[in-house]
Design a protein around this ligand. Structure first.
Ligand code: VG1
Ligand code: CO
Length: 578
């Protein structure tokens, strides 16, 4: 093949957010838009990570992925990359990409040093919806800010990109296609999307004990991939390896437009699963399964449900951490430490304290956990946004979280599966609350708010936070049922491993009784601004941990009035509550 240099000009707005660059498909398909970003990425990496390197290119299969894979392949060849690895049909979940970078050995013995992941995660897909791209490094984790900043700087000065005149490569069948270029050979290796990931999961969990649980007539199961890429793994793992019935899989055929749905595993968007689990307001058809779970588009998120019971993601990571050593072989020699993102509830903190584990609070986004894991400081971590994971890879992992829960259920039921009483998801959570206390928690999202209005609201909160007596005066005027604000700040993080500092990571109001209000702007939206409001209240008294989430009502009221939410945004209600 031949390589050409194509002249181009900078395009505005190519700044990677919390998890890569996410925009509407019609933005990505503008002339040179993807090309500029990909070349800017190559230029941001050190030469040895490009020339002669092996890179993975795949994603959640959303609309425009197939075209993007061909473009990136041609640009990689032109930039001196030696090999491109593609999951069959371009499909690899985000956690599987991380696993492939870390574990996979190519047919010729090669190892990958990075990946372009093509996904906009939980955002809808299709010609009028979102596309996304992010770069992951040699450790399998998202590029750190030093690299994403460099990529963004490069997009502002780019003048040309390189592209090879390769034919389109068939990505529907596995095997290697080789080409000869000006600098020698270039290979495209297409491989099965699930093999490496399944192998890794089998090395972490006791599949035999999970299989016993799933085959017990007392235990019923349901998994909803929301037509995302998790479907490419669900059948292999849950049905073929673990013996679940095929009818327990919902929406497990990956689709370019996620079947027109919003592939976000929460109580609002995973409607079918929510109804099956008996949690829908409109009632249920028959007896719900004992366990249900869902994934997002790229399968790094998870939602865990019991029969008529929702497990908050903040509780989920705390419960996994509390039980990991007993229930999951990978952790049998102990946890190195645990970590959560700042807005995630402090349920994990209480577990860490009681088990005397190292504990870290990092900014939102998975890239901050990676350094801790690489340094051997953290085994289990999670975010309130339905993300849970461990140091087996450097991304959050939706199916791992489900297997972790199934392992805990198998462990808790190991002596009693033959009897008639099952220890349920709800039992496990209530037991956890009575031991550690309960963190009531809710998140309000205001999507597609006018960007200036959102900025003003945040600026107002930053200013207000510096004067606690004024804050407390306002708070006491709103409600007598909340405690006093004792601290306010803008969260800032110093990475304990490399010393890098991340500023402006959200505004916090901390209350005397452990309650918290957090406000931050989303870094993953593709339109306007999204304001996230996180509300949390701690209840230690076991006689009070059974109340429903109405317990939070006074604090919600304070949050909305204190921030003048309606005044700034014109919104009387959030877009989504999780
Ligand atoms: C959101 C979540 C954050 C998560 C990120 C990527 O970011 O809040 O916790 O890590 O999405 O998840 P933001 O900046 O919009 O709040 V995914 O599943 O999109 O890779
Ligand atoms: Co995701």
């Amino acid at each position: 093949f031949n390589v050409s240099k194509v002249e181009t000009k900078p395009i505005d707005g190519q700044k990677p957010g919390t998890s890569g660059l996410r925009k509407k498909v019609k933005v990505f398909t503008q002339p040179n838009y993807l090309h500029n970003f990909v070349q800017a990425t190559f230029n941001a990496l050190s030469a040895d990570k490009v020339r002669g390197a092996t890179l993975v290119v795949s994603g959640d299969g959303r609309y425009y992925s197939k075209d993007a894979i061909q473009i990136i392949t041609k640009m990689a060849a032109a930039n001196g990359v030696r090999r491109i690895w593609v999951g069959q049909n371009g499909l690899l979940s985000t956690p599987a990409v991380s696993a492939v970078i870390r574990e996979r050995v190519g047919v010729d013995g090669s190892k990958a040093s990075g990946a372009f992941i093509l996904t906009a995660s939980h955002n809808p897909g299709g010609p009028h919806e979102d596309f996304g791209i992010k770069y992951n490094m040699e450790n399998g984790g998202p590029a750190p800010e030093a690299i994403t900043d460099k990529i963004y700087e490069n997009t502002k000065t780019i003048k040309e990109y390189l592209i090879a005149d390769l034919p389109d490569v068939d990505i529907t069948t596995t095997g290697v296609t080789s080409f000869g270029g000006p600098e020698g050979k270039f290979d495209v290796e297409v491989f099965d999307s699930a093999t490496d990931y399944v192998k890794l999961m089998k090395s972490i969990f006791d599949f035999e004990s999970i299989r016993k649980l799933l085959s017990s007539p007392k235990f019923t199961f349901c998994y909803d991939a929301l037509h995302g890429v998790a479907g490419a793994y669900a059948k292999r793992i849950f049905v073929e390896e673990l013996g679940a019935q095929e009818s327990s899989l919902l929406n497990c055929t990956p689709k370019e437009d996620f079947g027109g749905g919003h592939p976000d595993p929460n109580l609002t968007y995973a409607k079918e699963l929510v109804a099956r689990m008996g949690l829908s307001k409109s009632g249920t058809q028959g007896e719900p399964p004992e366990f249900g779970a869902a994934a997002d588009g790229d399968a790094d998120r998870n939602m865990i449900l019991g029969k008529r019971f929702f497990v908050t993601p903040s509780d989920s990571v705390a419960i996994i951490a509390a039980n990991a050593v007993d229930a999951i072989p990978y952790f049998s020699s102990g946890l190195k430490g645990v970590a959560r993102s700042m807005p995630t509830s402090a349920a994990l903190d209480v577990v860490a304290k009681s088990l005397k584990l190292k504990f870290f609070e990092v900014p939102t986004g998975w890239k901050f956990f990676g350094n801790l894991m690489d340094a051997g400081l953290c085994s289990v971590c999670g975010e309130e946004s339905f993300g849970t994971g461990s140091d087996h890879i450097r991304e959050k992992d939706g199916i791992w979280a489900v297997l972790a829960w199934l392992s805990i259920l198998a462990y808790k039921n190991k002596d009693t599966l033959g009897g008639d009483k099952l220890v349920t998801v709800e039992d496990i959570v209530r037991q956890h609350w009575s031991t550690y206390g309960r963190h009531y928690y809710t998140r309000y999202d205001y999507e597609n708010v006018d960007a200036d209005a959102a900025k003003q609201l945040m600026a107002y909160l930053v200013k207000l936070q510096s004067n606690l007596s004024e804050v407390n005066e306002i708070v006491s005027g709103i409600s007598n049922d909340v405690s006093k604000v004792v601290h306010g700040d803008e969260f800032e993080y110093k990475d304990p491993v490399d010393g890098s500092i991340s500023k402006h990571q959200g505004i916090r109001y901390l209350f005397e009784d452990g309650s918290r209000l957090v406000f931050r702007l989303s870094g993953t939206g593709s339109e306007g601004a999204t304001i996230r409001l996180y509300i949390e209240q701690y209840e230690k008294d076991p006689s009070k941990t059974g109340r429903d989430s109405q317990a939070l009502a006074p604090l919600v009221d304070v949050a909305l009035k204190l921030s003048k939410m309606q005044e700034f945004t014109g919104r009387s209600a959030p877009t989504v509550i999780t």
